[in-house]
Design a protein around this ligand. Structure first.
Ligand code: ZN
Length: 379
């Protein structure tokens, strides 16, 4: 079992850590997204410099390309991508339902066509465990069905039942198989149930009964109003065991992370910092900057005076704007490094404030500044 310790609590917010054989992860934690075994436009050296503790990769994408044969020959994803810290892999359920064509749900898995070449594939809970053994991620996720929004009650009910069955099949496959590369792997279950509280309760009961190393809240941040998301997060964390990490999948904007931390969530992943960075939107302690804006043409000030990242230490707004306007690829790298550092240092500070017992007060103050100009970003 994964060892998870809570250092401090500030109301529902928790500061803790868990141990993997690739290192300790302090929570709350934000995991940069490296879908294809790379955090887009950011190399591993910079990930270490901004103190990324764990990265997320994706089973669906790695299975299609480069494939498990290459991953096994490479000795697993850690060696393949030269990243010796922890890796969490999403099961691919979300991608099967969002990216692939012609998917067919069956009680024992899902048939789908690759978004790359149209080839047919079948993911069962057992197969997805096997792929994650080939990847060698420290934390694997079970195969689940991520419901869309809006979602009819009956559909959400049947989907939650299917997710429960798949979770049991995943746990069985996990126990029957072993790691391929000598380090321990852990497995998290996923609680579904869309926006219906009784279904969240049903799913939480089923999934936590199976006894996983940690639990995720899935099926949120798929288009529902933000107040509904906060309400479901608050409700669902109250149903989750205290002594296991809680992971809110695919969330979100900086303010969403802080609100969810306040409601008892420990782990996050989202493409927002890197995707918005590549689109020239920079998160700063003074709100969001659109780096293509003409007003930065001869603004030689630093991007964020409160940021200590490589980008802010070395380059001006004018230079970054020039790179974006000239379509130079360095723009993507510098913006992504800065945005990830913004997220990571925000969550590190949140952790310190939980330990100090001043999280809610700090959150109120910081939100006033970092949410300025929010309208300009995209998920
Ligand atoms: Zn910076």
């Amino acid at each position: 079992m994964l060892k998870f310790f809570i250092n401090s609590k500030d109301n529902k917010a928790r500061a803790g850590y868990f141990e993997t054989e690739h290192g300790i992860v302090e929570t709350p934690v934000f995991m940069p997204v490296g879908t294809q075994g790379t955090v887009k436009a950011v190399n591993q050296k910079h990930l270490e410099e901004i103190k990324a503790q764990i990265v997320l990769s994706n089973t669906y994408h790695l299975y299609l390309r480069p494939g498990t044969e290459v991953l096994e020959k490479a000795g697993g994803l850690h060696k393949f991508m030269s990243w010796q810290k922890p890796i969490l892999t999403d099961s691919g359920g979300f991608q099967v339902f969002s990216l692939s064509d012609l998917r067919k749900l069956k009680p024992d898995g899902v048939e789908f066509k690759s978004h790359l070449d149209g080839s047919s594939h079948f993911f069962s809970p057992e197969k997805v465990v096997g792929i994650q053994r080939s990847i060698g991620s420290d934390i694997m996720m079970v195969l689940d069905e991520c419901t869309p929004y809006p979602c009819e009650y009956d559909y959400a009910l049947n989907s939650a039942k299917l997710t429960s069955n798949w979770a049991e099949m995943s746990k069985e496959a996990f126990e029957k198989s072993g790691p391929l590369y000598g380090h321990k792997q852990f497995m998290f279950g996923i609680i579904q149930g869309s926006i219906y509280k009784d279904l969240r309760e049903f799913s939480a009961k089923d999934i936590t009964n199976i006894d996983f190393d940690g639990y995720a809240i899935g099926g949120l941040a798929v288009g529902e109003p933000v107040d509904v998301m906060y309400d479901i997060v608050d409700f669902t964390t109250s149903l989750m065991p205290e002594d296991k990490p809680r992971y809110l999948m695919g969330v979100g904007r900086p303010e969403n992370l802080l609100e969810a931390i306040e409601r008892g969530v420990d782990m996050f992943d989202c493409v927002m910092p890197t995707r918005n960075g590549r689109n020239a939107y920079l998160f700063t302690s003074n709100g969001i900057l659109s780096m293509r804006n003409a007003k930065y043409k001869d603004d030689f000030s630093t991007i964020d005076e409160n940021c200590d990242c490589y980008t802010c230490k070395n380059f001006s707004k004018a230079y970054l704007r020039h790179l974006f306007i000239a379509k130079e690829i360095l723009a993507l790298e510098l913006a992504s490094i800065h945005n990830l550092n913004f997220y990571l240092s925000l969550i590190r500070t949140a952790r310190e404030k939980i330990i100090e017992g001043s999280f809610s007060q700090w959150k109120k103050e910081i939100l006033k500044n970092i949410t300025l100009n929010n309208i300009t970003t995209e998920v």
